[in-house]
Write a protein that binds this ligand. Sequence first.
Ligand code: IPE
Ligand code: IPE
Ligand code: MG
Length: 247
Amino acid sequence: MSEETSPVPQHIAIIMDGNGRWAKQRHQPRFMGHRAGVKSVEAIVKHCVERGVSVLSLFAFSSENWRRPGKEVSLLMELFALALKQQVRRLHKNNIRLHIIGDTSKFSESLQKQITEAEQLTADNIGLTINIAANYGGHWDITQSVQKLAEKVKAGEIVPSDITEDSISNGLTTAFLPDPDLFIRTGGEQRVSNFLLWQLAYTEFYFTDTLWPDFDDNELDIAISSFCNRERRFGKTSEQIQEEINA
Ligand code: IPE
Ligand code: IPE
Ligand code: MG
């Protein structure tokens, strides 16, 4: 199959790791790596549109990243605000929907306002959905979903046995999205770092040593090719899957 006709993952989720090391290799401050990382985001968004991907989830700031030096945290916040300011109109023009998941209540008032405005502006766009995880943690996401259900039990609206996998799933911040098909982590670490824990249950994982600022179209194509060569069995046997394909 040619690149254009082979099936692409509908939803790609990326842990964009390695910015700090990229900067260090160049004897630059870590912040320069984050800045270069924003350029990679732009290129990858463009290529996802070209490849027909529907949803791109990007881990921008984890609930654990507050543990970094205060200076780096505040520079990351500034960079996030700047990127939103500079990119939102262009994204909107390209029919891209922007959504932020995570506990944004911990951000400054002005950043929260920017996020809400960006989401509102792009809400009706039907091209690529970019889902940015900011102050996001998979444990937090599951916890807040379960808390909402507990409130319903307390109010007498449901009983505990009404709590199902579907109802927990429907309370997650990603309820409006399909689960990721392909998970990519750049930067060489092979861990999930509290990203979309529930949602990654059957996602195909792809790890690369390439640092995020060096991750480009070609690297994304390699990851997609790897995905296309996997057999997703969802608990079934290979024979069953082949029968389904042939039917
Ligand atoms: C990922 O790059 C970006 C964020 C976590 C915000 P890092 O900053 O973690 O880069 P390394 O892992 O130190 O190289
Ligand atoms: C994960 O990267 C979070 C983001 C990319 C935003 P980290 O570099 O913070 O992950 P750990 O803590 O090393 O696992
Ligand atoms: Mg890192």
